[in-house]
Design a protein around this ligand. Structure first.
Ligand code: ARG
Length: 544
């Protein structure tokens, strides 16, 4: 289903021969949309912009949807949609499924690599952001018919397991009895031990070899560490109300057998070369080598990500790869994508996108840390927000704060501001939803029935309907650009427009057809708010 704006745009494009680049009007007196296509065409043709605008306006057929088009200033075209067309669009949304989102015309198979914490370490704020953002992408893409395969690229392999296993043996611990916090404390003790004792460091190195060789005892302890860590991660996922499950686990270790295969493949085709004992690739235009295999014969993070791409585009058949990982890793992904392109693991038509994100800052504007100066765990953040609100509201506050400004930006974790039910916050949207639910509940108790929007006489009603008609294009734009803040801004505008409507137009206190039309407008708004909140991973509450 195409949105009104898309239909209008297509008809204008037919007569203009180019995308009119419709924009929402900057002022209400300019109507609902504007285009400056006549000015662009005039420049190209060396003609009078107003004359071109007049030609477009007289040849385009829009009288079924729009009021007569107006030409303004040097040649802008102002478009005002008819109330009847806005009502029709909102009624379709009410009658149809999926809040009028429809389905993408060319569905893709999408990998969303997100969350991806590390074994024997607690999830930190970076993993919090990744989990929230990745979950939103998964929801948005699935809602419009794409197939999403989440991949939780858990850090479950690497040299650190040598010291971890060795420390467990040294302390005579039962790894399966640890919880995640204890596993992390163990990590720190092992690290210290490594620094203090060359003898321990040597044993840890031997332990890495044993792990790689598949030594039974070593593998068993390694597995126990993974199990206790996953239990901790899952408890957090549950607390965060995200879609991730064990089915989405695809830890680094699943690529172990592929690493030498990738290295051999790259080397035999001359893509990778030996350089000071290491096997490396110099991606075109870069003089920093990507290390495939180090001089000790070890494969690292880069090689693992190449193997993962090969698997994702090959076996999993994905044609869009999305990585939700902190901005500091952008160079890593640039390199990995470049090598994967050269190697043909990423073919034309397959997109790979790194969605980096900024840091979470404390109220003092500095990197968020605890009073003791250590990095803040995700659970402690949830606790902190939970001090100010009920869990579903606290969660909404955190998720919305994470999603509502440009992802690249750092944001300040200010629990009190984030949980406020006024202003641009998650709880405000929940409140708007609950308020509409209350109106509809009251109507139901009073036995008032309603079906369609038949009257949009007031400007404030029209504004709500106009915003409703923009829901699907907003969601498609998020799917395309991976910018959730667009959906946040949209929902915030809708909630505000609704509030203005509700303050100015009696709903339950009006009568007859007017009342049922307004109730239908309430219901359509509620549907969109509920769906929109769902896409952000936020619970649409009915009572607050
Ligand atoms: N485990 C990594 C970290 O905590 C993130 C992994 C991201 N995904 C990937 N395919 N490299 O930094």
């Amino acid at each position: 289903m195409s949105s009104l704006a898309a239909i209008i745009s297509a008809r204008l494009e037919e007569v203009a021969g180019t995308d009119p680049e419709l924009r929402p009007a900057t002022k209400p007196q300019f109507g609902h949309y504007q285009t400056s296509v006549a000015l662009r065409l005039a420049k190209a043709e060396g003609a009078q912009p107003r004359a071109i605008a007049e030609r477009l306006v007289s040849s385009v057929r829009l009288d079924d949807l729009c009021e007569p088009l107006e030409i303004a200033g040097p040649g802008f075209i102002n478009i005002r949609i008819k109330a009847s067309a806005l009502a029709d669009a909102a009624n379709q949304l009410l009658a149809g499924e999926n809040a009028g989102l429809g389905q993408a015309s060319s569905p893709r198979r999408v990998i969303v690599d997100y969350s991806s914490p590390n074994v024997a370490k607690q999830m930190h704020v970076g993993h919090l952001r990744s989990t929230i953002i990745g979950d939103c992408f998964t929801r948005v893409l699935r809602a419009i018919g794409h197939t999403v395969i989440p991949q939780n690229h858990v850090g479950d392999w690497g040299r650190q397991f040598g010291m971890l296993v060795e420390q467990i043996i040294a302390e005579g611990l039962d790894a399966s009895s640890l919880d995640l916090a204890e596993a992390e404390a163990l990590y720190q003790r092992a690290n210290q031990h490594l620094k203090d004792s060359e003898e321990f460091a040597e044993r840890a190195r031997q332990r890495v070899v044993a792990l790689q060789a598949g030594d039974e005892q070593t593998r068993a302890i390694w597995q126990q560490l993974i199990d206790v860590s996953l239990a901790g991660f899952n408890a957090t996922y549950q607390r965060m109300n995200v879609l991730l499950s064990d089915d989405d686990l695809a830890g680094e270790s699943i690529y172990n057998d592929d690493l030498p295969v990738v290295a051999a493949d790259l080397e035999s085709r001359g893509i990778a070369v030996m350089d000071n004992g290491a096997l490396v690739v110099f991606p075109a235009g870069s003089d920093t080598p990507a290390i495939i295999r180090n001089s000790q014969g070890g494969f690292g993070y880069t090689c693992t990500d190449l193997a993962a791409i090969r698997y994702r585009t090959g076996k999993l058949g994905a044609n869009r790869l999305i990585y939700v990982v902190g901005a500091p890793q952008s160079f890593h992904f640039e390199q990995v994508f470049a090598v994967a392109r050269e190697a043909g693991y990423l073919l034309d038509g397959v997109t790979a996108e790194h969605v980096g994100f900024g840091q979470v800052l404390g109220a003092d504007g500095k990197k968020f840390s605890t009073r003791e100066g250590t990095a803040v765990t995700l659970n402690s953040l949830l606790d902190e927000a939970g001090l100010h609100a009920a869990p579903a509201v606290a969660l909404a506050a955190i998720k919305y704060a994470d999603l509502s400004s440009g992802l690249q930006k750092d944001y300040v974790f200010d629990a009190e501001r984030m949980v406020a039910t006024t202003g641009d916050t998650g709880p405000y949207l929940q409140y708007a939803h609950a308020r509409i639910d209350g109106i509809l509940r009251k109507a139901a108790t009073d036995g008032v029935e309603f079906s369609e929007i038949t009257q949009l006489g007031e400007t404030v009603e029209l504004n709500v309907a106009l915003l409703l008609s923009r829901f699907s294009q907003t969601v498609y734009a998020v799917a395309e650009t991976l910018q959730p803040h667009r959906l946040c801004t949209y929902l915030y505008e809708l909630a505000q427009a609704f509030s203005v409507f509700y303050e100015n137009c009696p709903v339950l206190r009006s009568e007859g057809e007017l009342r049922s039309s307004r109730l239908a407008l309430c219901r359509a708004t509620q549907l969109v708010l509920a769906k929109g909140l769902y896409l952000l991973g936020i619970e649409a509450l009915t009572h607050m």
